[in-house]
Design a protein around this ligand. Structure first.
Ligand SMILES: *Cc1c(COP(=O)(O)O)cnc(C)c1O
Length: 378
């Protein structure tokens, strides 16, 4: 018997207060729940690459598999070498992560103390709130402007306790984008003791005219950490590889917090192959541009409001009432189409839909038309 009266609580209050991350439903779960065949299901829920793993990465993994009895290279020498060459930074400026989520978590742990503050935008990536909450830091959530980052307001919101700012560009789940000049103007004004994490998970999908050189800014701004991932355009979401670029003052600290073997051997090998597979990247970007057009035309025909997107997904409004997103989501699941409800982001009227292959997009569009027609009939 414990001598405790009342319910037993473990852990700090700030950990107990964490609302768990809601991931997209896996195909196997939807098949079980709705009695569907797995191969009849279309998943457009987690912004994955619809082409899957590049062949080049599969070959590299097959080769690396022979050495799985050994620990991975804790310093990720070859992958860092390839990244250093690609982004023209010294290898010592790179931190490897178990997905870029890991980079975001490591940054929170490395740069912020319990009680200090983290600034991020309303409707920005859910992991910023989780990483902040997980270290007992104070959240400064800045209202969005047109569903995107309001950098002027974020600058004003920085107080004396603030040590970190998260910016997603493009942003998930809204797909909004802040032009490079505005990001750089922000970097020039941010207090020097505040770390800016520029999360560029969707960078590879940007149009040529929107692209900017964030790796070059890393040379200029000692408080900038650029975060990238192999999960989206490179097609390696299941392997968990991401990386951070920053000067040694930040990178040294991050590598002390980082678990030594956080990126496994298959992931390191696959990432190098994918990084050099420009054909796959171009094919993915082309498919994304075409799929975006396909979606936007259909949404306009259906009279659905959407947020113009710079990523590989679109945020679409399903109705005016707060149950609209959940209702249409259920109607889509019954038809074997998985998308992402975003009620947990404070957007219960909306759904986030990842861009798939043309045929998958067509299935989504037809299923959406059916779901909305039923909705009207009720
Ligand atoms: C998907 C995503 C990530 C990356 O996740 P991984 O951990 O690299 O798979 C990071 N930031 C944003 C905004 C994302 O949407």
């Amino acid at each position: 018997m414990s001598n405790q009266s009342g319910p037993l609580h473990f852990g700090p209050t700030y950990v107990r207060a964490i609302a768990p991350y809601q991931a997209g439903k896996p195909i196997s779960e939807v098949a079980r729940e709705f009695g569907l065949e797995e191969d009849a299901i279309v998943k457009l829920a987690s912004n994955e690459n619809p082409f899957g793993v590049p062949e080049s990465a599969k070959a590299a993994m097959a080769k690396a598999a022979a050495e799985l009895g050994r620990y991975p290279d804790a310093n990720g020498f070859e992958l860092k070498q390839a990244l250093a060459k690609r982004y023209d930074v010294p290898m010592e400026w790179i931190t490897l992560g178990n997905g870029s989520n890991d980079i975001l978590e490591i940054a929170a742990h490395a740069f912020v103390e319990k009680g200090q503050a983290v600034v991020y935008s309303q409707y920005s990536f859910a992991v910023y709130a989780l990483a902040t909450q997980g270290i007992g830091a104070r959240h400064i959530v800045v209202p969005a402007s047109n569903y995107g980052h309001d950098l002027d307001a974020m600058l004003d919101a920085i107080d004396e306790d603030t040590r970190l700012v998260f910016i997603a560009n493009p942003n998930n789940p809204t797909g909004t984008f802040v032009p490079g000049e505005q990001i750089e103007a922000f970097l020039k004004k941010v207090p020097a003791n505040v770390v800016v994490v520029l999360d560029e998970a969707y960078n590879e999908f940007l149009n040529e005219e929107d692209q900017y050189e964030s790796a070059a800014w890393v040379r200029e701004y000692p408080n900038l950490l650029v975060s990238r991932t192999f999960s989206k355009a490179y097609g390696l979401a299941g392997l968990r590889v991401g990386f951070g670029l920053a000067q040694p003052a930040l990178t040294d600290l991050m590598n002390r917090i980082r678990q030594p073997f956080n990126v496994n051997s298959l992931a390191q090998a696959a990432a190098i192959a994918a990084l050099n597979d420009s054909e796959f990247l171009e094919k993915s970007a082309r498919n994304n541009t075409a799929g975006y057009r396909q979606f936007v035309e259909a949404f306009e025909q259906m009279g659905l409001e959407y947020v113009p997107s710079h990523g590989n997904f679109v945020l679409v409004k399903m109705g005016k009432d707060l149950a609209a997103g959940a209702r249409v989501n259920l109607a889509l699941l019954k038809q074997g189409v998985i998308v992402r409800p975003v009620g947990n982001y404070g957007l219960p009227e909306w759904l986030r839909i990842s861009i798939g292959l043309p045929q998958e997009n067509a299935v989504l569009i037809a299923a959406l038309q059916k779901a909305l027609a039923e909705n009207r009939a009720d």
